[in-house]
Design a protein around this ligand. Structure first.
Ligand code: HEC
Length: 148
């Protein structure tokens, strides 16, 4: 009987030790080499992008308009590609974030704002996703602009 109790106690201690081990904070994930974001941020951003942005900007951020530089009959610009082939890399991080949070109205555009829908971390994840589509050369030029 005594032996059995002892065994149970030992098992319990082992179990709680392994539970504690699970709760230890994991090592923070290292960023993708040369980039500011982690692979996890970019992949969670991809899901958010498909849900909130792809309908206008294309499912690979390639843009859906024939020419994103041409305004429509109302004088509005179409949603541009965000995959590095258009203009998005000219904007530092703060401007990209502001555009997504406030939408296009402040720049007399028509894009809706996502400040109510997406948290700040989610906005950054979406940016990480479309930046993951940029060539290293494009990203390097953006980094220069971003550092100014
Ligand atoms: C209803 C269509 C629509 C949706 C949905 C949309 N956008 Fe846009 N977006 C536009 C348009 C149109 C523009 C051009 C500026 C304007 O008219 O507001 C634009 C511009 C941008 C720009 C500026 C690009 C540049 O080259 O200056 C960024 C960045 C951007 N969108 C990101 C996003 C992200 C991220 C999402 C999803 C969270 C999103 N957009 C959802 C229509 C949309």
């Amino acid at each position: 009987m005594r032996l059995k109790t002892h065994f149970c106690t030992t098992a319990l201690i082992a179990l709680s030790a392994s539970l504690l081990a699970c709760q230890e904070p994991a090592e923070p994930e290292a960023p993708v080499p040369g980039r500011w974001y982690t692979a996890t941020q970019a992949s969670s951003g991809e899901g958010l992008f498909q849900a909130h942005c792809a309908s206008c900007h294309g499912d690979r951020a390639q843009g859906l308009a024939e020419d994103w530089r041409k305004t429509d009959a109302d004088g509005n610009y179409p949603p541009p590609p965000l995959n590095g082939s258009a203009h998005a890399w000219h904007h530092p991080m703060a401007v990209l974030q502001r555009t997504i949070v406030n939408g296009g109205a402040p720049v007399s555009g028509v894009m809706p704002g996502f400040g109510e829908t997406l948290s700040e971390a989610e906005v950054r994840a979406v940016i990480a996703y479309f930046q993951s589509l940029w060539a290293d050369e494009t990203y390097a030029r953006w980094q220069e602009i971003n550092a100014r």
